[in-house]
Structures are given as C-alpha cells and as structure tokens.
Design a protein around this ligand. Structure first.
Ligand code: IMP
Length: 430
C-alpha cells in the first residue's frame, strides 16, 4: 500500500531532517520530494565519518534507486543544483541524472536575486529591518514569483524567448540595485549566457513531478516529502517578519509538489532536544552564548549553520512553540534529534509557558521553565532502544510527549548514519 509521509522541522530549521530522512529511507521508499525553499536549506549528512551537505537535492538520493523530485514550490538556482550534483559525485553517487526530476514550473533563482537579497540586508529592506537571511536570493525569487514576473526553469527550453524575458527581468533588478540600493549591477548578457549554458544537463531533468507522484501512488510506493527550514520560519505562522519567504508547513507539501492534500498519510515533525536559531528574530528560551550551558550546546552540538557557517543561537526547548508547531502541521509523531548533546548536563529546563502573554510566539516573551534532572555522559549513545535510555532522559521525553500531545517515534542519538532509535517506523502501517 502506498504511503506518503511528510517530514518537517518544527523549530527554526537545522533540526537534523537530512539525517533523519536518510535513516528512514528504506526499501519501501521510492522517492523523496522537496516542495518549498531553495538552496537556503542545508541538509547535513555524515556518512562513514565524512560530512556532506546537500542544499537542493533531497537527501534520500543517497540511497541507490531512490528518486529525488523537486516540486514547483522550490526556487531553483541551477548553480546550486550543479554544486549538489558535484558533491554527490565526489561521494560516489554518480547516477543522479537518472533519478532526479525537477518540475519545469520551478521559479528560476538568478544571481540578481542573490544580489538584491544581500543589498537589502545591508540596507535593511524597503522600510524594514534586516532579517539575517542566508543572502542567497530566496526572498527576491519568491517575490518575483508572486508578482508573476519570475522565469520558470522550463522557459530555458526556448532560448530566444528566454533571452528576451530574462533581459526584461534583469533590467528591473538592475534598476533596483543601482537606483534604490546603490549597489553594483549585473551584466545581463553574462547571466543569460550562463543560464543558457546549463541547458544541456538541466533540460533532461525536467518533467512533471505531479504526474510522477500520481504514478508512484498507483504503484504503491512509499514517498517522503522533505521539508526545508522549520515551522517557526514559516511565512505565515512563524516569527514574522523574521521568517523565510515560503510556506514550510505540512499543508504546502501538497501544493508545493502538486499532489492532492488527502494523499498525505502521515506527518513527522523533527525537533531538536533543545533549540537553535540562525539569523535574527525572537527566541524566547535563548541562552547567553557564553554561559556554561550555552557553550555546552554550541560546542557539543557543533551549532554552525550548514549553509552560511554562521554560529547558531542556542537555548532550551520551548514546548509552547513546539505545541503550536505540532498543531499547525497536524503532526502525528515526533522525531527527536541530538539527544546526546544534552549528556552530562546536571539539570535541564523546558519552556512550558510565557509570562504575561497569550502564548504568542511572535513576541519575545519571558519563558516560564520547568526543571528536569540531567543524566550522565555517554549514556544516550549506548542505548539500543528508548527503554535503555537513562531514566532522566526517558522522563524528559515523556514530559515533551505529554505537553505537545504526540508520541516521540524516533530518537537520534548521535551524528553518524546508524545512530537512531526507531520506536515506530513512519512507513509502518499497523
Ligand atoms: P532566507 O530563507 O534566506 O530568506 O532567510 C530567512 C531566515 O530563515 C533567516 O533567519 C535564515 O537564517 C533562516 N533560514 C533559512 N533557511 C534556513 C535553514 O535551512 N536552516 C535554518 N535557518 C534558515
């Protein structure tokens, strides 16, 4: 029986979705689908001690025979896509071209989108504050999509028309860059020639992702929908305006890939055992970076952004925000990652309420904490099942489950590929 499972982050991204998806991709899974975001995502995988980061291509591609689908909700930079293909080839995955399928309707992310993103961040965007974006052009590309002036990848099929349309769009971008941001402009011919030079390898990858999903369903395939970023960065439901520019929620797994919403069978929410955030914006349970626990989380968790290398802000798990993320995504089960990072802390805090606010995650309220005992060094990595975890860790997990109302089904206990306890596999149908 076919099973379509959505996996998404429930915090501010970097929850360890890539590793988790890699782990649960087994013989039942025939395809992994990206449905939003762009190369602002950075899915880190550690395979045989080697660290690899994929930005656009779904992580499941590391499994032989598994197809990678990129739905029309994803903004695609051909350069970033080429870099992912190169990373994979370096790691011995050489048949990506046979397994990758990109919707021709994906908005084309241009170097001028990147230039606009960076110019705007430097200046503080049109009347707004700087967001601390990844600076990769994601926001400007989505803006052009909404304004109906973006070029779509499929338009590369007609080079003459492409040249004329790109020239108009880049005229506009250059006008903004020079007249509004006082930033350098880009050479239109150079960008056009560069885009057209990608046709040879890019065009054969384009096909109807929506139709591919219909066929996969008919074949009884297991399919994973891989979210990027996290619920608190959602354009509508996140900590606006400090959010990304796409809808990252489970609902968009359907529209961003071109699949009917009733075909999604389950939603797995990925959450770190604590919390991190890169970029600006409210973070109620944030710890001071050089406090003992702040340093512990940062160092043990190697908390650097996978895409930008920026230091991640670290803090305690915020159960109020997590419960809301569970609700807006109709999460069925949680995957808790990086539990081992909490090893050796004498006590732990869980954010369980906000002082003086009405559970508003968009403000930076004062959190109310509950204190829980910690556990000894090395205890988490040793466990072969959740039952073998130290008692204090089990209590911590139970409190999370009880507060947010969904079970923890997977627990990641270390960075290596196999270090994951599966209490219930997302493809189990019983
Ligand atoms: P943008 O997506 O580059 O526009 O950045 C908007 C906000 O989302 C910034 O705070 C970024 O740091 C954050 N962000 C975007 N992608 C990711 C991600 O994959 N992980 C974590 N944060 C992200």
């Amino acid at each position: 029986m076919s099973r379509f499972v959505v996996v998404l982050g429930l915090q501010w991204g970097d929850e360890g979705k890539g590793k988790l998806i890699d782990h649960i991709t087994d013989e039942r899974v025939m395809a992994v689908v990206r449905f939003q975001g762009g190369h602002n995502a950075g899915h880190t995988l550690v395979v045989e001690g080697k660290r690899m980061v994929l930005h656009l291509i779904p992580s499941g591609i590391l499994h032989p025979g598994v197809r990678g689908l990129i739905g029309s909700g994803v903004v695609v930079s051909p350069m970033a896509l080429g870099a992912d293909i190169h990373t994979l080839a370096e790691n011995g995955v050489v048949d990506v071209h046979e397994r990758l399928c990109i919707s021709p309707a994906c908005p084309l992310l241009l170097p001028s989108h990147e230039a606009l993103d960076q110019a705007r961040e430097r200046r503080g965007s049109g009347g707004n504050v700087a967001i601390g974006t990844t600076g990769l052009g994601i926001g400007p590309a989505y803006e052009d999509r909404a304004a109906r002036r973006v070029l779509r990848i499929g338009e590369l099929r007609d080079p003459v028309r492409f040249r004329s349309q790109l020239s108009q769009l880049m005229d506009y971008h250059n006008f903004l860059l020079s007249s509004y941001y006082h930033a350098p402009t880009l050479d239109i011919d150079e960008v056009t020639d560069h885009c057209l030079a990608q046709r040879e390898w890019l065009l054969p990858l384009l096909s109807d992702v929506s139709q591919a999903l219909v066929e996969l369903r008919a074949q009884g395939a297991g399919v994973l929908f891989e979210g990027a970023q996290g619920a608190l960065l959602d354009l509508d439901h996140g900590t606006y305006p400090y959010v990304t520019s796409s809808s990252v929620t489970a609902g968009n797994a359907a529209s961003g890939s071109g699949c009917g919403p009733r075909h999604m069978d389950a939603v797995i929410g990925v959450v770190k055992a604590y919390a991190t955030r890169v970029g600006d914006g409210p973070f109620a349970t944030e710890l001071v970076a050089d406090s003992p626990v702040g340093r512990h989380l940062f160092e043990r968790g190697t908390e650097y952004g996978a895409t930008t290398g920026r230091r991640r802000r670290c803090g305690w798990l915020d159960l109020v925000a997590l419960r809301r993320a569970v609700q807006i995504n109709s999460v069925d089960g949680l995957a808790l990652t990086k539990l081992d990072v909490l090893d050796g802390l004498s006590s732990l805090q869980l954010g369980v309420a906000y002082e003086g606010t009405d559970d508003d995650v968009n403000a930076t309220p004062q959190p109310v904490y509950e204190e829980w005992p910690g556990w000894e060094e090395g205890a988490v990595a040793k466990a072969q099942s959740a039952a073998e975890l130290p008692l204090a860790a089990r209590r911590y997990l139970q409190r999370i489950e009880e507060f947010v109302g969904v079970p923890i089904e997977l627990i990641s206990t270390g960075p290596e590929r196999g270090q994951c306890l599966i209490e219930r596999h997302p493809f189990a149908t019983d």
